[in-house]
Ligand binder design. Sequence first.
Ligand code: NAD
Length: 372
Amino acid sequence: MNWTYRQPVAIRFGNGALTSLYDEITALGGRRGLLVTSPSFVKRGLAERVRDMSHGLIGHVYGAVSPNPDVTECDECTEMLRRHGCDFVVAMGGGSVMDCAKAAAAFCTADAPAAAYLGDGKPIPDAHLPLIAIPTTAGTGSEITSVAVLSDHARGIKAPLSADSMYPAVAIVDPELTYTVPPYVTACTGFDVLCHAIEAYWSRRHQPVCDALAVQAAGLVFEYLAAACENPSDHTAREKMAEASVTAGLAFAQPKTTSAHACSYPLTNMLGIPHGEACALTIDRLVRLNSSRGDIRTARLAGRLGFTDAGALADAIADLRERVGLRSDLRDLAITDTQFEALVEGSKHPNLLNNPVEVTDDDLRMMYAAMR
Ligand code: NAD
């Protein structure tokens, strides 16, 4: 088996790590920075605190990133980077903020709008501004990946873009920043971590370094996610979920995600289900599907996590999903036949081909029919 492992992002992890921001900016040689964040961090004053910590090196704030960021938000951010002649970017927020900022840091070096890269397939520029990523959820792992997921709501598209130019230079992972995440968002983002780990392990592009990271991350989620949801001030649970998030990010960065993520895109796009909850909806069903088709890596992962077989792993996932209060079906949404067909079609995202066994249209139909 031939494989490569590459991870260009420097990671600073730990409670209080945010205080290293100024040192990290100066190490990059940054002089005029833009802070990209979400409205809630502007309102809570954290954006201002971070600006202060930069001792004047962060001159401006783009504070309007919404969940599932639209290409137009990325364009606004790009425009600010150009207008202010910025030479570095700091992204502080969940995956939505980090993805928007990562894309803008690359797109600002060329002329095209973000929509041209999404769907139209224009190559992402090689040039980019250096970016410091500061995650505030324990979920996406975006702080260490080359992926940015953008939406073009006008065209009904949500899709990942990937290029080396979108790797952050540095990730500052400070678990204290996740203390304010409400239980429902903790549950959604925690399931995103679990799906990254499971999908990285069974991905067709799996490799041994990422396998080890995936097992470590999935184990932490089973041990600590419920505690982080049930007691948001359980600092150990928060720290361990932050560790799980960055570790799962490292696990899937190269093998990439597979079926649960492919299915999540139309579930979010069409039905508005948050990303992690959308992934959580199908992952136990996909564990059963893969193992019923004889995928030995699904069974091996179950064993490495201490379960007797893949069925027991799927049961544990469903139990955890219920315990943390995430939906297990689509019944309350009364989806129409047209929406049902669109869900099947939309799930045939390229990531589906990375699943260890073929997932056919009939498989998708059966899976979604069982949720209706
Ligand atoms: P998010 O960034 O959309 O944030 C969810 C909500 O939580 C928002 O309202 C946000 O303001 C709030 N929030 C964030 N941090 C908070 C905090 N500390 N306290 C209180 N509230 C807080 O959610 P997410 O799950 O982190 O990111 C989801 C996005 O990331 C999706 O678009 C998904 O497709 C994408 N994603 C990207 C990658 C990648 O590799 N780039 C991987 C997985 C998912």
